[in-house]
Write a protein of this length. Structure first.
Length: 197
């Protein structure tokens, strides 16, 4: 009987250490809801798994946009071990991966109008998925899993954060350290991702 109790308490201790946080967002264009996003962080011991899933359908003036986008990342402490992005759109399906191989990252990004293959030995300790759970205070760049490259981050005079990579630009708005809104700049109309919980 004592052995069974030890196993039970070991199981309960392991379960107690696991922590999960989920944030729900709506995606809007011109004030109309066009989709949802769910960002999840699960931590157990040294490993933290992040998932961000967005699903969008919108009818614009001349075409329909359908995007399903999923990012999964795993960190050990402050080291990215893997990041995988799947994108399914009405313009095709795309994928990116960044994987730690023991002494370097293998980076492969095949996305709409963006391709990159590279290796990197420098540690990646913060990526876009982290932005949903912590404010990027003092950071001047953030790894973009989708592009396999870095956003340049600048804090604006109004206290928001601007992320730029080539002709892509997003703005991240935090309140009390919590991400409440993202403005994704678009030539036709900006997309707004707004916290719901």
């Amino acid at each position: 009987m004592p052995f069974v109790l030890i196993l039970f308490f070991a199981f309960m201790t392991t379960q107690a250490v696991a922590q999960s946080v989920t944030h729900n967002y709506t995606i809007e264009i011109a004030g109309a809801k066009i989709g949802t996003m769910v960002a999840t962080k699960q931590t157990q011991g040294e490993l933290t798994n992040y998932t961000a899933i967005s699903d969008v359908v919108v009818n614009l003036l001349v075409y329909k946009v359908k995007i399903y986008y999923k990012t999964t990342c795993q960190y050990r402490g402050d080291k990215l071990l893997s990041a995988v992005v799947e994108a399914r759109t009405n313009r095709g399906n795309y994928a990116s991966s960044t994987v730690w191989k023991g002494d370097h990252y293998d980076i492969k990004a095949t996305q709409y109008k963006h391709d990159k293959q590279a290796t990197q030995t420098a540690n990646i300790d913060y990526s876009v998925v982290n932005l949903y759970f912590s404010e990027p205070v003092g950071r001047n760049r953030v790894f973009a899993e989708y592009f396999g490259d870095y956003f340049i981050m600048t804090k604006t005079p109004k206290g928001t954060y601007r992320a730029r990579l080539d002709d892509h630009e997003d703005e991240y708005i935090y309140e009390g350290g919590r991400l409440t809104r993202i403005i994704k700049k678009n030539a036709i109309k900006n997309f707004i991702i707004r916290l719901q919980d």
